[in-house]
Design a protein around this ligand. Structure first.
Ligand code: ZN
Length: 341
């Protein structure tokens, strides 16, 4: 075993056997924002076998304050977060497999993207994706670690199917759009994201090395500004609610009907549009076609079109993020006009 993991092997909770076990595991990170950057960094350095990073977004200037894997050069190059993260992480540990997927996790691709996961780590920023992860993981018996933060407050909880309550036990339905705060409306300080992600990865190390006796129980809430740490025990919730997912095995987020093809990206004044499955775009051809419409920049991962007050970011699979509007009809209209799929 390489010197690289010597200090982790020395640690009583892991040891040589734990490290060997860890080196056989695949973790999937969904969302590579503030939480995801820290989680990915810690997981890759710990020496798991493979980390898969799924993220639908590109780097923006306001991300640099807290998303520790990205720098000014990545921003200049218009890189998608998953691609920039993979490049950095592979340099930190070339012995392990780091895979990136510039994609929106949804019911049509979740089976493929999560199929060999031993663990899923939540770095998302929305409940629709979390409930989708929850459905898939509970159905397939895969542990996942919920994480969220905003302002100076963060939450995390382990969901170990058939052992702990699931996310739906805790929150019966998706909080309606606009009723939950987001980092884009309420702000966030970087330390809370690092802290929650660090807790998530400590739990990941326990779960991946089968140290279930020390796995954290219940929902952990930390507020770094008000200096509060609270643990909310959840053990008896499952029996009380008769949860639709873990008691009744009804996985509604995995069915196509609940899949949004148009999603409002909360607080960002932007809308994401998903084309039909299997769509493919030639970005070079599209660039030539759109040259006269506005300012174009593109690389092999995305094309950006600035026209008037709108900015369209278009990916090779036809997925687009249209910023400058919160209006679904306007976004749809722009998509039809310029991409026309
Ligand atoms: Zn449940």
């Amino acid at each position: 075993m390489s010197e690289r993991y010597a200090r982790q092997v020395l640690f009583y909770g892991i040891g040589r056997e734990g490290q060997k076990t860890l080196m056989e595991k695949t973790a999937v990170l969904v969302g590579c924002g503030a939480l995801g950057c820290t989680s990915a960094n810690l997981l890759v350095r710990s020496g798991i076998k493979c980390l898969k990073i799924i993220d639908r977004d590109y780097i923006e200037e306001s991300n640099l304050q807290r998303q520790s894997l990205f720098d000014e050069e990545d921003l200049k190059q218009n890189l998608p977060k998953a691609i920039a993260a993979q490049k950095k992480l592979q340099k930190a540990n070339s012995l392990i497999q780091v895979e990136s997927f510039v994609a929106d996790l949804n019911p049509s691709n979740i089976e493929t993207l999560l199929q060999d996961a031993h663990l899923v780590v939540d770095g998302t920023d929305n409940f629709e994706t979390r409930f989708l992860i929850n459905d898939y993981c509970v159905k397939n018996g895969i542990p996942w670690i919920y994480g969220a933060c905003i302002g100076s407050t963060g939450l995390t909880m382990n969901i170990i199917p058939s052992k702990t309550p699931c996310l739906r036990c805790m929150l019966e339905n998706v909080p309606p759009f606009g009723t939950t705060e987001t980092c884009d409306t309420e702000g966030i300080i970087a330390p809370i994201a690092s802290m929650i992600a660090s807790v998530q990865v400590a739990e990941a190390l326990k779960i991946l090395t089968h140290n279930y006796d020390v796995v954290s129980k219940g929902l952990l809430k930390i507020d770094l500004w008000r200096n509060e740490i609270k643990r909310i025990f959840t053990e008896d919730i499952k029996d009380k609610t008769g949860c639709i997912v873990c008691s009744r095995h009804h996985y509604e987020f995995l069915t196509k009907d609940t899949c949004s093809t148009i999603t409002t990206l909360c607080g960002r004044n932007a809308i994401q549009i998903l084309p039909p499955n299997g769509s493919k775009l030639d970005l070079t051809k599209l660039a030539t076609r759109l040259e006269k419409v506005g300012k174009i920049s593109y690389n092999s991962f995305l094309l950006r079109l600035k026209t008037g007050k709108y900015e369209l970011t278009i990916f090779p699979d036809g997925r687009s993020i249209i910023s400058g509007t919160n209006d679904l009809a306007t976004a749809k209209g722009l998509y039809a006009k310029y991409i026309g799929m």
